[in-house]
Write a protein that binds this ligand. Structure first.
Ligand code: SF4
Length: 392
């Protein structure tokens, strides 16, 4: 099984290359390898992440070719039945992104957090939650397994804002993974010092997932006591300046959300130069101050996906696990047919995943990872999507 299609290098201009697969040409950035025309690479999020032997690439391309075209035909046939808005968004997704769908793995390595966000089950005042931290080598070995055995090409390393993982520990993780099994390595570690992010970039991390949660200043300051929206936004901008791919977004349906907030949230996501839009529904956690509020209706989340796709056709849009939790049976399918083109598979070991309880009853927790991957790949194939992410 493979989550990216090998591309052949057909043009090189400094660290920008053009790569080709099945007649499709994409631009990618090469920060890590000595490449020449004719080489084969895997690219994710617009970065070359692995150079691969020609024989291996040709073999993989042979497996893909017939299937790839078959999937494209299916994709053009399947639409969302219920609303014209979703049909339009889906058409735009096809036009700008074809049938490719990013499939990233996520490893939640610690549920400790120094913050006290009102909407989050990991908040420091939630004393009912059993806390865990994964050992450094446990994290690294899990990443190796995900990359080498499960064939993931992009991995998110996520935790609460946990200062236990200092610059040395985080550097160890990133350096070991990138030296032995390069991937598109994405950090989701909250607001940390800029020096940490600079160092991790040097070691090969290339993505950051950091949501601003709401562009409504009043709500932000209420939901995240002691924090300012401006600081969050400035950090995201600094990370972009370092060169990171930015994945950001917001919560839909936070208590107090005002008319116009969603549109403002989408605008801010775009202004921050997000490579991937990440927004999901607020789901109340019983051990937080927001326990008595309700999540938004699924339709509101789908409408937001469709609006984002229509307004910002080039963006990648994630179907978040929260959305899949809101509608366990069909959330992923509905999201993908309303204009989304990315998803994440949780690779956290079962004993920890159930404790990473940002909200309750998260979808897919406790399932065997191989079974979960199979189910998702089967669904993608039914929808005509190729689990691949090549370039810009
Ligand atoms: S949302 Fe993030 S920063 Fe806030 S409490 Fe949860 S894990 Fe911590």
């Amino acid at each position: 099984m493979c989550y990216a299609i090998p591309g052949k290098v057909i043009e090189i201009d400094n660290n920008i290359c053009k790569i080709e697969y099945f007649g499709i040409i994409k631009k990618v950035r090469n920060d890590f390898y000595d490449l020449k025309i004719g080489d084969y690479v895997y690219a994710q999020g617009g970065f070359v992440i692995q150079k691969i032997p020609k024989e291996e690439a040709i073999e993989t391309l042979k497996v893909w070719e017939e299937f790839f075209h078959k999937l494209k035909e299916i994709d053009l046939r399947v639409t969302y039945p219920s609303k014209d808005l979703y049909k339009i968004a889906n058409r735009i997704r096809q036009e700008y992104h074809d049938n490719s769908c990013c499939v990233h793995g996520i490893i939640e390595f610690s549920n400790y957090c120094r913050n006290n966000c009102l909407y989050c089950g990991l908040r420091r005042d939630n004393k009912k939650l059993k806390r865990y931290r994964m050992e450094l080598d446990e994290i690294v070995n899990l990443a190796f397994y995900a990359i080498k055995k499960l064939n993931f090409k992009a991995l998110v390393f996520q935790s609460g804002e946990d200062l236990y993982y200092d610059i040395d520990k985080l550097s160890y993780i990133v350096r070991r993974v990138m030296e032995e099994s390069p991937c598109l390595l994405i950090l989701s570690i909250g607001e940390r010092e800029i020096e940490i992010f600079e160092k991790l970039y040097e070691f090969g991390a290339r993505g950051v997932l950091l949501r601003f949660e709401t562009s409504n200043e009043k709500i932000y300051e209420k939901m995240r006591p002691g924090h300012k929206l401006e600081d969050r936004v400035n950090l995201i901008k600094e990370l972009k300046n370092i060169g990171y791919l930015i994945m950001t977004g917001f919560l839909i349906g936070l208590p107090g959300e005002e008319e116009g907030d969603i549109l403002n949230n989408l605008t801010l996501t775009n202004e921050l130069g997000a490579e991937m839009f990440s927004f999901g529904p607020f789901i109340p956690h019983p051990d937080t101050p927001l326990k008595d509020f309700s999540p938004p209706p699924m339709e509101k989340v789908l409408d937001t996906i469709a609006q984002a796709r229509i307004l910002y056709p080039n963006s990648k849009i994630l179907v978040t696990t929260a959305m899949q939790t809101l509608d366990k049976k069909e959330g992923l399918k509905k999201g993908l047919l309303a204009g989304a083109n990315s998803l994440m598979i949780n690779l956290t070991p079962k004993e920890y995943a159930s404790l990473y309880e940002i909200y309750p009853n998260r979808d897919g927790i406790g399932e065997d990872v191989n079974k979960k991957i199979k189910e998702i790949i089967d669904l993608l194939h039914k929808l005509g999507r190729a689990p691949a992410d090549i370039g810009l």
